[in-house]
Design a protein around this ligand. Sequence first.
Ligand SMILES: [Zn+2]
Length: 252
Amino acid sequence: MLTDQQALRYSSNLLIGSIGESGQQRLLDSQVLIIGLGGLGTPASQYLASSGVGQLTLMDHDKVSLSNLQRQMLYSGLDVGLPKVTQAAQRLADINPDVDITTLSQAASEDTLREHIGTCDIVLDCTDNRDTRYLINRYCYWFNKPLISGAARGFNGQVVALHPGHDHGCYQCLYPTEVKEPLDCSNAGIAAPVVGIIGAMQSLLAIQYLTQHELPWGLLQSFDGLGHQWHVAELPKSATCPICGGENANNR
Ligand SMILES: [Zn+2]
């Protein structure tokens, strides 16, 4: 049962027929793990907090730098040099004090993922490097958790919703080890609105999932930020994938 304050705060959600009070309650009862509080994680976390996701776990080992302020809109110049997760948590609490926020100022590692993936409902990969993405993908499949993976570089971005229980490929199928260079902004430029669009898409997919809407599982959605077009392609399962498809899959 929503309080009067919650009914007012979430009134725009409640007016959507396919969310309504039951969907809002599901959001309030949900726990989302956001890994990476940079250009993708900051917009995603804002929408999830403002929409009333009950528990957010923020994982990032980094500190705010001056170059982050071009696109990471949760932070200000006053945050430079301070841990991203603590500063993000303060802003998100200002937006919605009802959200229970856990901050983990540590990198995604085998130990941290093993400890924190199991309790969440869905994982958002908002990181910016390939090795961490492989690791998150592996642990989501291990723990049977849905994963919303986003990436952006230059004027291009992509997002895909992965579910270990569905018959599609995983992140490692998309980028077999060492074959292609994934789309990451860690060592390349990024147009700020593009990473905001992809981060917002990640939050939208998470809200869809948590409110029991259908998701485009295994469809890679690529955004051309100069042509303003979305391209959609299926992500097939690779028979040799050690995570989701090969004979060694699920033998972790
Ligand atoms: Zn795979």
